[in-house]
Design a protein around this ligand. Structure first.
Ligand SMILES: Cc1cc2nc3c(=O)[nH]c(=O)nc-3n(C[C@H](O)[C@H](O)[C@H](O)COP(=O)(O)OP(=O)(O)OC[C@H]3O[C@@H](n4cnc5c(N)ncnc54)[C@H](O)[C@@H]3O)c2cc1C
Length: 472
């Protein structure tokens, strides 16, 4: 890094605000949650205010120092870690973390981008409102990171992804200027909607510093059921029935292939599946409503209808919030358990709802017939057509072999999903790990448009180079 840049950073930040990239304390900013990606950096910068972010970005622009914005570092596609010889500064938003305002009359909340998602949810709840974004990493990921990745999670079915939840943004542009777009307006049709371009841009266009989100009435009644069904096809038929019977009250519809339970148990040996007998596919569903509606009666009516139709094998309705939390813990633990098992092939696929079961079947047949010793598992947000179809390698393989063979296996899986007209990235984004496939799937016209947008916003190419856009 040019010594002048280092000197200028030090003049902006306090002593705790700058960490040398080779110092041991930099370590936690330089590897991702999975441990699969190791990054490098000249320094980690930790601004405390929007003005400090602006000053840092101006220095980076002047000295052409590339920036990797970082939130909670829970992303799964290597967007917040850059490998290779150290050339970037990581700008961590973790100290820019205030809840700025809750406006109960407007059902809105404004926060600094570094506010942790759970903190934001708790703040909304303290005012008897709901911020519905919910995902396994919510205790660590930041609202700015959620914006940058257009995060999804378990409640997309009813409330949508971040794109649907953001009302306004504040962002520092690559020349250090501030784009202020937090108006609180729910309808505003004045020309281009810049915030929508920044949502999902994974730090490649700006550093998000402030976020204004929609809040919702907090459902007084939450009804949660853990169900056993015979197949993914039955699970998807049940999903359709649940939407018809429960209408917009349905908040979550998750599927878990029974082979995933071993991974939940790996993370939490106390795991107990609340079903009688063995069922190939488990369903975790939840509906939420005000106290004026009898959610339990609605859920029981749905399960009765599903049983009559032969779609439902067995099931348990949670009798308390603690009981429901135990159901959800199975879903969360199975993700942690896979990380514990070690490096594996991880996907985040989406297809149309009507193709989910067939896609899983095709992917499973492909792995079982072409990749002896590899174990497929499938789970995910089936109500949104989003399946994590992951494949565990044989234990004897080295990390290098898993990486190499995994790449070929993944190509095959992506080919299947493409055949269904689906997406290789339903909610995790593109980052560095999926950049090549992203680019491959774009038409030349789309590539041109993406490159042009990048060039207009970031003409110096200093924003998260190597992430999302192929420009080198
Ligand atoms: C256990 C687990 C479960 C998960 N479940 C889900 C899930 O259900 N749904 C889902 O969508 N994702 C899920 N994820 C992925 C991840 O949590 C989300 O992508 C999350 O939104 C990332 O937020 P973060 O703050 O950790 O961002 P980071 O990982 O720090 O960064 C992610 C990307 O955003 C950019 N970025 C971060 N902050 C900013 C900012 N302020 N301004 C500009 N760019 C920024 C980074 O440069 C990077 O490209 C899960 C991850 C884990 C570990």
């Amino acid at each position: 890094m040019p010594p002048a840049a280092l000197e200028a950073f030090s003049a902006v930040l306090d002593a705790a605000g700058i960490i040398d990239g080779t110092a041991p304390e930099a370590g936690r900013y330089l590897h991702d949650w999975t441990g699969d990606y190791l990054g490098t950096a000249l320094a980690v910068l930790r601004p405390r205010s929007v003005e400090e972010v602006q000053a840092l970005v101006r220095i980076c622009a002047e000295h052409r120092v590339p920036i990797v914005p970082q939130g909670g570092n829970t992303g799964l596609v290597a967007g917040a870690t850059a490998g290779g010889p150290p050339s970037v500064v990581v700008v961590s938003l973790e100290r820019l973390n205030r809840i700025r305002e809750i406006d109960a009359a407007n059902f809105t909340l404004r926060a600094d981008a570094g506010a942790v998602l759970q903190t934001l949810k708790d703040a909304a709840e303290s005012e008897d409102m709901l911020f519905p974004l919910a995902l396994g990493a919510q205790g660590s990921c930041q609202i700015g990171g959620n914006v940058a990745t257009n995060a999804g999670g378990i409640n997309v079915l009813r409330y949508g992804m971040m794109r649907d939840l953001v009302l306004g943004l504040e962002a520092v542009m690559p020349d250090g200027s501030l784009w202020e777009g937090m108006t609180g307006l729910r309808k505003d049709n004045r020309g281009y909607d810049l915030k929508q371009l920044l949502i999902g841009s994974e730090g490649s266009l700006s550093i998000v510093t402030g976020v204004e989100v929609k809040l919702f009435p907090r459902p007084a009644n939450l009804e949660t059921a853990y169900l056993g069904v015979s197949s993914f096809a039955d699970a998807m038929a049940l999903s359709g029935m649940a939407r018809s019977v429960c209408s917009d009250l349905l908040t979550a519809f998750e599927v878990i292939g029974s082979e995933c339970i071993a991974f939940a148990a790996l993370s939490n040996p106390e795991t107990r599946v609340p079903l009688e007998g063995e069922w190939p596919v488990h369903v975790l569903m939840e509906l939420g409503c005000s106290s004026a509606i009898d959610g339990r009666a609605l859920l029981e009516a749905l399960l009765g209808e599903a049983f009559e139709a032969g779609l439902l094998g067995d099931g348990t309705i949670a009798q308390s919030r603690a009981h429901a939390r135990a159901f959800w813990a199975i879903r969360e633990d199975l993700v942690e358990g896979q990380a514990k098992r070690g490096r594996h092939v991880r996907t985040d696929l989406s297809v149309r709802l009507s193709d989910v079961a067939r896609m899983i079947e095709a992917a499973r047949s492909y792995v079982l017939s072409s990749w002896p010793g590899w174990e497929p598992i499938a789970y995910g947000h089936a109500g949104d057509g989003n399946i994590h179809f992951n494949v565990m390698p044989p234990l004897a393989l080295s990390t290098g072999e898993i990486r190499e063979q995994g790449r070929d296996l993944l190509d095959g899986l992506y080919g299947i999903v493409r055949g269904f007209g689906g997406s290789f990235s339903a909610e995790h984004g593109v980052g560095r790990s999926r950049r090549a496939v992203y680019w491959q799937w774009l038409t030349p016209e789309q590539q041109k448009a993406v490159s042009a947008i990048k060039a207009v916003f970031d003409p110096l190419g200093i924003m998260n180079p190597g992430c999302l856009v192929v420009s080198d």
